[in-house]
Design a protein around this ligand. Structure first.
Ligand code: PEP
Ligand code: MG
Length: 856
């Protein structure tokens, strides 16, 4: 069976056999583009090599030999001859795989061919330079020798001439490997092929495959291609160009080139490259040919291309083409333009949007020119996307309206809400992706860094230390919520608005998705933001977030401090009025879209006063001694509040709280309806673990609602459902489904409880897990499909076995994560819910998931 193919023999073999790079080159050859000649040692050969205990069989060796002869014929040059054939050798797996061996250039050089080439090119300096580079590359990549040792030799001996350096290089090679440097070009090529095959199984590549679920049986291909030289004469050159402007998306060729140069010279920056437009004046025919090919490639691949080319003696060669990287706004413009130009269809346009970088469109980035070269003071976790600049303030009370401030706290608590809402950005020392700071900041569309353990705050002396640098309150810092970097001083920001192109893309996505996209919204303002971005409902309204506004918190505290039901009822009566007002405003803003309100969830202690000053205020407010309050605070303290008296457990001990909330919700819904506002109401109970627990609470709520209907002589439709946040709830989901109108997966808590991993504390060590490649992504950011996902999938099936039409959605932070959205879509869920600012990203991710699902 054939294992090795010339480019022209392998049309349509595909990347599983040829590898990605090879398949691409072959395709360009097939459509008639000027590609330097070459051949591909296929993945079949690689697997054959492994089968033969990592040895090239005689048949394979013969096949290599035969193919090299064919390549000589095709090029009219000979390995080791007077018109020497030099080649590059590159790895090319079916999927791009960092960690494997990459490229060796100029194979075929030895003392004899170097001399022949000097005669042919008439450039001794150049030939020796590429010879030196070849030995370095070969020794480093094939034999793993330290390139620094080679550099030292070069530095010390270049003054004696290049041939001296080459001689010493070969001596070093021999000393380190006990082998002579291979002079025979064929032997050089065979050794390079073997080492590429071996690199498929090196540790880095294995880890990469494990993390990305890549089949280790695929093997890699090897591309062997004739070298072309851009530094041959002044009719030669090299360049890189994009078919459209990668920063603005404008439809003009964008790139640069250098005459009399090799690819590396552009990258090394030793000479300043020319704008590609100048090539028109210098080599007009080459330029026209390049523009023609660029358009052809763009149309062929249906995407903006990033093309590497070389000109050798007035002839253009294309060395590589790939889909070009682009800024998020360029991505949107290019997608819309290419659909409107008829080059691609809308589905392809949707797939062109990168959901990872899309948030930059809404949340801003640093000006590229201004961030360049700046060194960060330290790093935390990317809590909420965006960038911000402002004065450091260490206490929420000191954040003033209208000032640009970065709030730096050990951790945030609900009391920081006001300070957070006024600040431009937030940094916390503790906490992970689902900590309070991150969740709230994301909801506000604000940049936030969490878990920055490098920071040591000295609040009383108004400064913090970070990796030896002292930052005073009032100093300006710039923070990057995409990667967690913190910089001293101001860095200029860039923020783009929702533009017409993006609106078009979102419209296409809406027509092309199955998942409904809801928002996690706690206030009437959140609702307006989410609707503007395209939210189709509220998937989670965390009622407790309403409790922290100035006027309500004292009432809430009064309710918690209450010692008996009478006292509590009194406080609840006042709260009822305030909650009704909030809900009504939200119903009005929702205008008939579904709205899912969750009843009280956090443990009481989160609401209690934390400072002496607040204890004093509360003491006056409820007319009880400060000692009494302090005692209650102590009584309410829990060792492990996240697994303690929270969620529906609060309603088992104090049913009157959920009763008040149910009444407030139903009354405000009825009043809104009476005023002509459509209402689509869902209510849900958090942290349910058992069916009897759920039934007990459901009965209390339903009897309150019945009473309210009787009193008001009116009725309204509503649905009462559960959050699924505990493994036990998932395991008995069929029982719960008998009683519950819907499920909403609280994947933050479900991740916490499935892993037994604190969502607030895990930040301390998950970084190490990532560094050591034990995990690839934080499970609080991207759903763990293998573990947590199994529970979700099971509960989904069990729920639907009882109620096939049941609405099942996700409202944890994973609802805004594209990878997780793809998973939820694959389970056939009804909706995902995320912060208002992530709604556009979720819309695009939902459409992309559907397209991928249809493609299989
Ligand atoms: C969850 O646990 O996923 C959830 C949405 O609830 P919270 O984050 O408020 O605990
Ligand atoms: Mg929860």
């Amino acid at each position: 069976m054939k294992n090795i193919y010339l480019f022209k023999e392998s049309y349509n073999l595909g990347k599983m056999i040829l590898g990605g790079k090879g398949a691409n080159l072959v395709e360009m050859k097939r459509i008639g583009l000027p590609i330097p000649n070459g051949l591909i040692v296929s993945t079949l050969a690689c697997n054959e090599y492994f089968k033969n205990q990592n040895n090239l069989s005689l048949t394979l060796k013969d096949e290599i030999k035969g193919s090299l002869i064919k390549l000589e014929k095709e090029t009219g040059k000979q390995f080791g001859g007077s018109n020497p054939l030099l080649v590059s050798v590159r790895s090319g797996a079916p999927v791009s795989m960092p960690g494997m061996m990459d490229t060796i250039l100029n194979l075929g050089l030895n003392d004899k061919t170097a001399k022949a080439l000097i005669v042919k090119m008439n450039d001794e300096k150049f030939v020796y330079e590429i010879y030196i580079r070849f030995i370095e590359m070969f020794s480093e990549i094939v034999k793993g020798l330290d390139k620094e040792k080679f550099h030292e030799i070069k530095e010390e001996n270049l003054k004696y001439g290049a041939t001296k350096v080459i001689e010493l290089y070969k001596d070093l090679y021999e000393k380190e490997t006990n082998e002579k440097f291979p002079e025979n070009p064929e032997e050089q090529v065979v050794m390079a092929i073997e080492s590429i095959f071996n690199s498929w199984n090196n540790e880095r590549a294995e880890i990469y495959r494990e993390i990305h679920n890549i089949d280790s049986k695929m093997g890699t291909g090897v591309v062997i291609q004739e070298m072309v030289f851009g530094n041959l004469n002044n009719l030669s050159g090299t360049g890189v160009a994009f078919t459209r402007n990668p920063s603005t998306g404008e439809n003009i060729i964008f790139g640069e080139y250098l005459l009399e140069a090799q690819g590396e010279d552009i990258v090394a920056g030793t000479r300043t490259p020319e704008n590609i437009a100048h090539l028109q004046a210098q080599l007009p025919n080459v330029y026209d040919e390049f523009v023609r090919i660029a358009k052809l490639l763009e149309n062929h691949y249906g995407d903006m291309q990033d093309i590497e080319f070389t000109i050798e003696n007035g002839k253009l060669y294309i060395l590589q083409t790939r889909n070009g990287k682009r800024s998020p706004n360029a991505a949107v413009k290019i997608a819309v333009d290419m659909v409107e130009e008829g080059v691609i269809n809308k589905e392809k346009g949707i797939m062109m949007i990168d959901t990872e970088t899309l948030p930059q469109l809404f949340n801003g980035t640093f000006e590229e020119g201004d961030i360049a070269g700046k060194k960060s003071l330290g790093k935390g976790l990317p809590g909420s996307a965006g960038v911000a600049v402002g004065k450091v303030i260490l206490s929420s009370e000191r954040v003033k309206e209208g000032e640009s401030v970065i709030l730096v706290r050990t951790e945030t608590s609900p009391e920081d809400i006001k300070g957070m809402s006024l600040a431009k950005g937030i940094v916390t020392v503790k906490g992970g992706a689902t900590s309070h700071g991150a969740v709230v900041a994301r909801g506000m569309g604000k940049c936030c860094i969490t878990g920055c353990e490098d920071i040591k705050i000295d609040k009383s002396n108004q400064f913090f230390m970070i990796n030896g640098v002292k930052v005073l309150e009032g100093d300006i810092i710039s923070i990057d919520g995409y990667n967690g970097d913190i910089y001293l001083g101001e860095i200029k920001l860039r923020r783009d608005e929702m533009n017409g192109d993006l609106e078009k893309v979102l419209e296409w996505c809406k027509e092309n998705k199955d998942l409904e996209i809801r928002m996690n919204a706690d206030t009437p303002t959140d609702v307006l933001v989410g609707i503007k971005f395209g939210a189709e409902g509220i998937g989670l309204c965390r009622t407790e977030h309403m409790f922290f506004e100035e006027e309500k918190i004292w009432n809430v505290r009064e309710m918690i401090i209450a010692e008996n039901k009478e006292e509590r009822d009194l406080a609840l009566e006042k709260l009822l009025i305030l909650q009704k007002k909030d809900f009504k405003e939200m119903f009005v803003n929702m205008a008939g879209l579904p709205m899912n309100i969750r009843l009280l969830d956090p443990p009481f202690h989160e609401f209690l006063p934390k400072t002496e000053k607040d204890v004093n205020i509360l003491s006056k407010y409820i007319n009880k001694s400060t000692e009494h309050i302090e005692t209650r605070i102590k009584e309410l303290k829990e060792e492990n509040p996240m697994l303690g008296h929270r969620g529906c457990r609060l309603a088992v001990t104090f049913p009157e709280i959920y009763e008040m909330q149910a009444r407030a919700i139903i009354e405000s819904a009825m009043e809104s309806k009476d005023e002509g506002v459509n209402v689509d109401l869902e209510m849900m109970i958090p942290f349910v673990g058992g069916i009897s627990e759920f039934k007990y609470i459901k009965e209390r709520i339903e009897s309150t609602i019945k009473k309210t209907f009787e009193e008001k002589k009116e009725k309204i439709d509503y649905k009462l459902g559960t959050m699924m946040e505990l493994p036990r709830a998932c395991l008995i989901a069929n029982e719960i489904a008998e009683e519950s109108a819907f499920f909403s997966f609280g994947t933050n808590d479900l991740t916490q409880t499935t892993y037994g991993l604190s969502r607030d504390d895990s930040v301390k060590f998950l970084g190490e897990y990532k560094n050591k490649k034990i995990i690839s992504r934080d499970p609080f950011q991207s759903i763990d499909t293998r573990g947590v996902g199994k529970l979700i999938s099971l509960a989904n099936d069990l729920g639907k076995s009882v109620k096939p039409e049941m609405k099942i959605g996700v409202c944890g932070e994973h609802g805004g994560d594209p990878k997780s959205i793809e998973y939820f879509n694959s389970l056939g869920m009804s909706y995902v819910s995320c912060s208002p600012y992530r709604v556009p990203i979720a819309i695009v991710a939902a459409a992309q998931s559907k397209i991928l699902k249809l493609r299989g």
